[in-house]
Design a protein around this ligand. Structure first.
Ligand code: CP
Ligand code: NVA
Length: 300
């Protein structure tokens, strides 16, 4: 069998993704002491900042027996214009897998095409599939299943929103997105997955949240969009996940945010720190979900 990548949810079947989540739950519960990555090295390439992704991959790789190698593109020849395809072939001779966080999804695809080792997408402008594994795990822990759950996405139609759409298509749950005009998710991803599950697009946050079991948001200006921050603050007025908006959700609704959060912008302090928030558990679940992913893609 050839090498396996995880660039988007297109790389896994529903059964495979469910198996990764089941393994993550087993790892979290302490019922897993294997070290299937013993003797391997995982390279972590970052062209953008990170706290959770870097630490959870480094710690997770070590817990599975591997070494982790942090590489900032600021210090790599990649950052000075060495082609991705050359970097891919060289690193494939040294390490056993690569996680990359960068801007263009096409760069991650090129890395995967030219590398002979598994490539994992640690966030691009288009997608953030590793975060979604952790988010799905958090929903599973809360509700036991994704079946008949309604998920609301409030705010920017960004990388997180696009990955939620892919996850909804894979698992078949209902996803409602409330985004201001001009900030909708990727059209191709939306249309492809609208054929697989119920996706609702609206500009009204209350319509999206009504009866929802999971209410989700993210920053209004993602990494690389810093110069648009003020214009976005204007465009996203009224898209704050606060107690007033949550009043429309299901009584047992939980709130997710991939973090870092901007309190008082996309989420209120009271909601982030309140009883419905699962954000710290969600952050912890990055570790368990990615360990399960690493064991699946790279495990002996
Ligand atoms: N949620 C997330 O990916 O966090 P970091 O940017 O800190 O890795
Ligand atoms: N949408 C955010 C997610 C950060 C984890 C960004 O891309 O900056």
């Amino acid at each position: 069998m050839g090498k396996r990548d995880f660039l988007s949810f297109s790389d896994v079947s529903r059964a495979e993704c469910q198996a990764i989540l089941d393994l993550a739950l087993r790892m979290k519960s302490g019922g897993y002491t294997d070290r299937p990555l013993t003797g391997q090295t995982l390279a972590l390439i970052f062209a953008k900042s990170s706290t959770r992704t870097r630490v959870s991959f480094e710690v997770g790789a070590r817990q599975l027996g591997a070494d982790a190698l942090f590489l900032s593109t600021n210090d790599m020849q990649l950052g000075r214009g060495e082609p991705i395809r050359d970097t891919a072939r060289v690193l494939s001779r040294y390490v056993n897998g690569i996680m990359i966080r960068t801007f263009a999804q096409s760069d991650v695809e090129e890395l995967a095409r030219f590398a002979s080792i598994p490539i994992i997408n640690g966030l691009t402008d288009l997608l953030h599939p590793c975060q979604l594994l952790a988010d799905l795990l958090t929903v599973l822990e809360e509700f036991g299943s994704l079946d008949r759950r309604i998920v609301a996405w409030i705010g920017d139609g960004n990388n997180m929103a696009n990955s939620w759409i892919e996850a909804a298509g894979l698992f078949g749950f209902e996803l409602r997105l409330a985004c201001p005009e001009g900030y909708e998710p990727n059209r191709d991803i939306f249309e492809a997955n609208a054929k697989r599950t119920r996706l609702v697009m609206t500009e009204d946050p209350v319509e999206a949240v009504a009866g929802a079991h999971v209410v989700n948001t993210d920053v209004w200006a993602s990494m690389g969009q810093e110069s648009e921050a003020e214009a976005r603050r204007q465009a996203f007025m009224g898209y704050c996940v606060d107690d007033q908006l949550l009043a429309a959700a299901s009584p047992d609704a939980i709130v997710l945010h991939c973090l870092p959060a901007h309190r008082g912008e996309e989420i209120s302090e009271a909601v982030l720190e309140g009883p419905r928030s699962r954000v710290w558990n969600e952050a912890e679940n990055r570790l368990h979900a990615q360990k399960a992913l690493l064991a699946t893609l790279m495990g002996a």
